[in-house]
Design a protein around this ligand. Sequence first.
Ligand SMILES: C[S@@+](CC[C@H](N)C(=O)[O-])C[C@H]1O[C@@H](n2cnc3c(N)ncnc32)[C@H](O)[C@@H]1O
Length: 745
Amino acid sequence: MARGKKRGGSGNRGGSRGGSRKQQKDDDFEYRTDLIVKSDMQNERFSTYYKNQNIVPEDEWEAFLNALREHLPTTFRVAGSRQTANSLNSTIKDIHVPILSDVTFEDQKIPPPVQIPWYPDGLAWQFNVPKKVLRKSPEFKKFHSFLVFETEVGNISRQEAVSMLPPLFLDVEPHHKVMDMCAAPGSKTAQLLEALHAQDSVTSTSIPSGLLLANDSDHKRTHLLIHQSARLPSPALMVTNLDASIYPIIKIPAPPQADGVKRLQQLRFDRILCDVPCSGDGTMRKNMGIWKHWQPMDGNGLHSLQVRILQRAMKLLATNGRIVYSTCSLNPVENEAVIAEALRTNPEFHLVDVSSTLPELKRRPGMTTWRPCVDRDVNMSYDSFSAFSTSEDATSNTKLTEGHWPPQDVGRLNLPRCLRIYPHLQDSGGFFVAVLERRVVSAEEMSKARKREADELEEAPETKKPRLSNEDIGLEVVPAEEASGDIAEDPQPEGTQGSRRQKKGKEKEGAGGSFKEHPYTFLAPDDPILVNCMTRLALTTEFPAANVLVRNPEGDPVRSLYLANDLVKAIVENNDFSRIRLTAAGTKVFSKQEGGKASEAQFRVLGEGLPVVLPYVDPSTIITADLSTLKVLVQSYYPLCSSFHEPFKSVVEGRPVGSHVVRFLPETIEGVTLTHDLVLPIWKSNVSLTLMMDKKAKSALSLRLFGADITTAGRDAEQKKNAAPTSESGTPKIITEDEVMLVEE
Ligand SMILES: C[S@@+](CC[C@H](N)C(=O)[O-])C[C@H]1O[C@@H](n2cnc3c(N)ncnc32)[C@H](O)[C@@H]1O
């Protein structure tokens, strides 16, 4: 979702706020509407503009404006693959909600969290309680810390309700090739990844045949994206850092042909999400900056980029593919006008009627009339582009194009099929969604579109022409029926890009001159270090050893080993990683354990990598253990092997030093219930064991299972908390709201 415009800035393009910690806190204050008075929540330009556009019926205007001034409820989504999500959701429904249903605070009955009615399987929740209650009511305090921990480990995604919509409308299946064109910080990417992994079980991750290519033009934000998606490790994920409006063609091998010549073809996506940068005025309920600075030229300025991103997505889409275009803006110039312009130039696309999808979602139809304003203060507007273009305003304002206005044949485009979500309809943020699909068109329509596009390209000012070659960006309009045609006739030698040690020392600068990622090198399946690692970890021969890659200038397995699926591998091997500015591919599964002799490289399975690797671990080597064993492993960092009870004690004492896998079976002991199998990696040293889990994941597991954080870190934190909090001067320390609240998305 887009964020508020900075003071004095020009249009929000989703850049990072940056700055010092203090600056960040000040910004947070400015951006948090719960900390300001309602009388400050007004902007005449906003009211005049949207009233004139009739975005809601006149008798709803006040309700709409008042809703924008209300504090946004806290919403979250239970994340992860379907099975794990359903299990955690039952914990919320059956344990937390009953406790929270009977809370009274300062003589007021506090409403418990409720499921968002339109979200599938009841996996999204909403609650709206004052911060004071979260801080002081013991029941809500406990629920809050449950949410914080589960969010940290990625089981819960704190996400605005409306922002959950686009991935639902995209309807992703595990075999789909999916692209998220403007993906950072990645809450929707995580949802798409979950859909790709719908077949995962509670303990193991499937390797989908499809792909999720998440892209963002902001390099720093792509790293945020990688961090977010690490919560659902996937061999099917790639991250790139490019301008989506000129996204290059990705090449993959074409199906084998009779002549035996290897050819490449364009990768076409089945699903594309265009959650484009926007002015973000649908987020006013949490962004004070927008109340202060809103003006129509921001939306006007973003329109062209939004059109170009959508048009580019149309070029990259497969026949029968689907695009979801979304913004958190209410402005028709950023919404319907973009859709209309993209449809005009791509007649093979149409808007899909999704009126029966998510029937509980309250929505309004897309608009068919609007009137762009051509000045900051909402004084000037014109009936049509031709009226504007002959006016004096046109000379001083070159940003506006014909596409800013409704097209003459607007009725033909079915714009009411777009969805507008307003804050007063169901206590949410404002949002816009359009679902587009490709249909087969007549040769005549196609040739008209080709000619128009060629003319427009010819007329475009030099600076606006794409910097990449035509082959790079695939400017030719490819008819849907030709979508899978070859794009490269030259035979390609096998393993051109990714073969082992071919790219030694090739750390490249990218197109923008600042691309400094390491190359991606696939190991040979018989690489001695990989073979040693597989033997020690007892991986079966089905393990896709040919899909293991490393990332360092030498292409050697020195530290971390990643696993990619076949499609990701094909892309890495057939495209220059620096041309597509690839910042991540596949998921990290093994990591070298420091210590020991260099010749006997010891790799361990990473906690987050285990679900991916588990289907390939020889089942006879998996150690079985009970809940009390798990409790000891959770409670201390390095419990001695001798401290466990039998039979676990003898089994681990008999195992060699190294990485092992333990399965804890469902059972109930002393009121603690493990409802499903839990499989975790441990490291055995000479005399002790370590549960190989991230500290926060361990705390979350402890809270979920034992009802308290019994880890060493958790106990330390509790002790500190119990000691009276005092500042350095000895006076009681005031704990700020920020310290106790969930951090906003
Ligand atoms: C609305 S936000 C995306 C939010 C994201 N989909 C999510 O759900 O977390 C828009 C993103 O577009 C990125 N962006 C801006 N211009 C872009 C461009 N030309 N190409 C690709 N990404 C762009 C921004 O860096 C920003 O991260």
